[in-house]
Write a protein that binds this ligand. Structure first.
Ligand code: NAD
Length: 512
């Protein structure tokens, strides 16, 4: 496998930004205009080489105020359009995203360090998200309730107004489409703060929404850090709903800030998902399935299957086959189409992974494979970490309950279905999970008993905009995607109309 050559990421990112966004650098996008921040400098790096790429200033209060003002103006205009007009504009967004998909994918690969082979299809899925919600735009209506009085009582789903969305660095393009499409379908305007480490593709999606015919400022992007720009956006009096995708730690702070501003909050947080493999599983499917579950996206996935629970009868054979298969996973640069795993997004996360692996081994875990930079990339300054398997994980170890958010999987043996379910549920999280078995009754029993927002049977990681998504426990609350996202992004108004000519009145009035 070749070494990673010095990168030309910075000039290519600038070229792509100029083409897709109209300006070549990171800035906030407010009412369609670039707006520079006035806060501390934020330095970006190329994850594949560690080289500095770009630096920009954190968004301060002036940017936040302007974004909220633009959102409020645009939302009034947007909600004033007919539902069919809003739907047509969402279709236009989808068409533009499809047209720009190859360039968007390249931008995401270079700016967020994600594999081009993974994102090429993902950019098209963003278009599908807008298509799905375009279809919903003129089908959102209330109901007539048969109240026991002489009134006509009906409901109207209405938008909140301005929604503040805060998103992480692991899949910025995907998360942006996933949250922006239902928010604007329901009639809201958006102020979105992507991760300060990868704001590029979010800026482009906001531009495409504008080019599709939406009012300028329907989607505004704040380029800045969480504790400053993110908190500022939430605390603004114009915020009506907060939607956060990220870690449980930041989620607690964000929920607190939303509560102080008396606005509701939807939280999509991390996970420690269990992949349960029974002794009757088709092992030739379970092995690649359990690899995709954790090593896709280099483990930087909220639903990553970071715990393998395997029946003791096949434990030794499974670990041997799985470890050997994992040692051959090709790791390479984002634009390397032969690679199945790319770099970690940033140095801080890379060091966190190193630290958690060290602790797992100190606490008695047995390293099966990985645990360091891949040998062929030993001289690279890129944030590459080898796919890592650690056996002998016991409840109580840090790695059994804490999210690594990297390509590291822990293996635990179990003896019974009862024990497998108990182990799967022995974390504070509840985002996802899977079971591998040929026994259909057992598959459904386990699916019903594992506390997880998404569960797969003989599969892993498939999600789709049509299906609801969210967590149990410390993986968050509220649901994104599918029809449920539209309910989450709407508030219901109840309207009462008196229909009787002689309504019952408690108070009386006699005209003079
Ligand atoms: P993070 O929580 O550090 O940051 C996420 C976002 O929150 C960033 O935009 C950051 O700037 C902002 N932020 C951080 N602190 C803030 C604060 N005090 N106030 C306001 N904003 C703040 O997460 P990350 O490291 O970027 O991403 C990794 C995490 O995201 C993992 O835990 C992963 O599981 C989770 N995630 C969850 C989902 C999901 O749908 N459940 C999807 C993707 C990622």
């Amino acid at each position: 496998m070749p070494q990673i050559p010095p990168s030309n990421a910075a000039p290519r990112i600038a070229e792509l930004m100029r083409e897709l966004l109209g300006f070549p650098h990171v800035a906030s996008l407010v009412a369609g205009e670039a707006m520079a921040g006035d806060g501390a400098a934020i330095q970006l790096h190329d994850p594949a080489t560690g080289e500095k790429t770009e630096s920009y200033a954190d968004a301060g209060p002036a940017v936040i105020a302007a974004a909220h003002e633009a959102a409020a103006r645009a939302q009034a205009e947007w909600w004033g359009k007919t539902a069919s007009e809003r739907g047509r504009i969402l279709w236009n967004v989808a068409r533009l995203v499809r047209e720009k998909a190859p360039l968007l994918a390249e931008l995401e690969a270079l700016s967020a360090g994600r594999l081009i082979r993974d994102i090429a299809g993902e950019a098209v899925r963003i278009a599908e998200m807008f298509e799905y919600y375009a279809g919903w735009a003129d089908k959102l209506h209330g109901e007539v309730i048969p109240v026991p009085t002489s009134h006509l009582n009906y409901t109207r789903p209405e938008p909140y107004g301005t929604v503040v969305q805060i998103t992480p660095w692991n899949a910025p393009l995907f998360t942006c489409g996933w949250q922006v499409a239902p928010a604007i379908c329901a009639g809201n305007a958006v102020v979105i703060k992507p991760s300060e480490l990868s704001p590029h593709s979010t800026l482009v999606v906001a531009r495409l929404v504008e080019l599709a015919g939406a009012p300028k400022g329907l989607v505004n992007v704040i380029a800045g850090a969480g504790p400053t720009a993110g908190q500022g956006a939430i605390e603004h009096p114009g915020t009506r709903l907060v939607v956060f995708v990220g870690s449980a730690l930041a989620g607690a702070r964000i929920a607190g800030a939303a509560a102080r501003n008396l606005v509701p909050c939807i939280l999509e947080l991390g996970g420690k998902s269990a992949n349960i493999i029974f002794d009757d599983a088709d092992i030739h499917r379970a092995i690649p399935g359990a690899q995709a579950a954790i090593f896709g996206g280099a483990g930087q996935s909220c639903v990553a299957g970071s715990r393998i629970l395997v029946h003791r009868a096949i434990h030794e054979r499974f670990v041997d086959l799985y470890g050997r298969a994992t040692a051959t996973i090709p790791v390479g640069a984002p634009m390397d189409r032969a690679a199945l795993m790319g770099p970690i997004n940033n140095l801080r996360q890379y060091e966190k992974i190193q630290g958690m692996v060290r602790t797992a081994l100190e606490q008695g875990g047995r390293l099966v494979t990985g645990g360091a930079k891949p040998a062929h990339l030993a001289d690279s300054d890129g944030y590459f970490y080898a796919p890592t398997v650690i056996d002998g994980i016991r409840p109580g170890m840090e790695i059994a309950t804490e999210e690594v958010f990297g390509p590291v999987v822990g293996v635990t043996a179990f003896d019974s279905e009862e024990e497998a379910v108990a182990l799967a549920n022995a974390t504070p999280y509840g985002l996802a999970g899977a079971v591998w078995t040929q026994d259909v009754g057992r598959a459904h029993r386990v699916a019903a008993r594992v506390r997880a927002g998404t569960f797969w049977i003989n599969s892993y990681k498939t999600i789709n905009v049509m299906s609801p998504f969210g967590g149990f426990g410390k993986s968050g609350y509220g649901r994104s995607s599918g029809r449920e996202a539209l309910a989450a992004y709407s508030v219901t108004k109840s309207v009462w109309v008196e229909t009787s000519q002689t309504p019952t009145m408690t108070f009386s009035y006699s005209p003079e």
